[in-house]
Ligand binder design. Structure first.
Ligand code: 5GP
Ligand code: MN
Ligand code: MN
Length: 313
């Protein structure tokens, strides 16, 4: 087999349903096209996505350190190169890299781009690509694309749930996707670690004086005591944003490096990707994140200040 036929498929650290669903979609596609696809993620696949077809084949970068770097790479749902984490080192310096994404803040890294900021999910970008190629839908392919649409729209609830998304989802159901099963797996299932983390996070919840900002903290100690990993964070920040009257919800999380990972969610109008962008991160208008170096109190103060500014006070 020639070198060009060996592809690496990667997504972002702390993968969500769009990251995993899109990774698997591209893996399936490459194999349909007769290529060799290696799928990798810098973080473990969260338990709730492990039932998706092919999920058990997603490896960690350390499993590939003995292999030569990849000359052909497809990055899905990755807004900037750093988000690939340790998978970055698997990419050859002169690699041809196709960047498939929907983040408005995408840095357009790589040599080839398939980026649609209007799309609700990277899975929607892939849906359109599959249709344009005239590739026949299989149930595994449809299930992986459906998962990306489902999770990035918050279960078809967020403002990115366009008529186009619903039409595509309907078409995927016609291809045999088991929608209630996927919804049960990815939306209605909690790990004990997640529940333990949630308990701890909720106990730290604080509100700004005007009650329009709510924030929570998780320390390294919390992760240890909750016996939880990064994959157990999914959805926790939403509890802050969901408090009645709150426009911006924030989860601060202490990283091993000493820096603080900040997850931001807004309810209706604050563009949190601008706040995250100010600190070198990015994301979407209603969901964004960044990593900020500094002492915990200091990071909290700076981020809250910036959010308050975005709220216009
Ligand atoms: P989360 O808060 O769930 O980690 O991320 C929410 C959104 O913000 C996701 O769309 C994610 O891609 C984006 N995001 C989170 N952290 C970062 C970051 O450090 N840099 C960039 N560019 N985007 C981020
Ligand atoms: Mn994502
Ligand atoms: Mn996405």
């Amino acid at each position: 087999m020639s070198e060009g036929e060996r592809f690496l498929v990667v997504s972002h650290v702390d993968p969500d349903g769009d990251a995993i669903g899109s990774t698997l979609t591209v893996g399936h596609l490459l194999r349909l096209l007769g290529k060799r696809a290696v799928m990798a993620n810098a973080s473990p696949v969260p338990a709730k996505y492990r039932e998706l077809p092919g999920a058990e084949e997603i490896v960690r970068p350390q499993d590939l350190f003995d292999e030569p770097p990849f000359e052909r790479v497809i990055a899905v749902d990755v807004a900037d190169e750093d988000r690939m984490g340790d998978c970055r080192s698997l990419v050859a310096p002169d690699a041809r890299l196709l960047n498939v994404d929907h983040h408005r803040t995408n840095t357009r890294f790589g040599t080839h781009h398939l980026i649609n900021p209007e799309a609700a999910a990277t899975a929607e970008v892939l849906y359109d690509w599959i249709e344009s190629m005239g590739i026949k839908w299989t149930k595994p392919l449809a299930s992986c694309v459906y998962t990306g649409l489902l999770t990035d729209t918050g279960g078809f609830r967020y403002s990115n749930t366009t008529p186009a998304v619903m039409k595509r989802a309907a078409r995927l159901l016609e291809c045999g996707v088991d929608a209630p099963r996927i919804a049960e797996q990815v939306l209605e299932t909690l790990t004990i670690g997640q529940l333990n983390l949630l308990r701890r996070a909720l106990s730290t919840l604080r509100l700004s004086e005007d009650r329009r900002i709510a924030w929570m903290w998780l320390t390294l100690q919390d992760f240890l005591e909750a016996e939880a990993g990064e994959g157990d964070l999914d959805g926790i920040v939403n509890y802050a944003r969901n408090v009645i009257g709150v426009e911006v919800g924030i989860l601060f999380r202490q990283l091993k490096s000493g820096a603080v990972k900040v997850s931001l969610r807004s309810r209706r109008w604050v563009d949190v990707s601008e706040v995250a962008g100010f600190f070198g991160g990015g994301g979407h208008a209603r969901a964004a994140g960044c990593t900020v170096a500094g002492a915990r109190d200091e990071v909290e103060r700076r981020v809250l200040e910036r959010v308050a500014e975005a709220l216009g006070r």
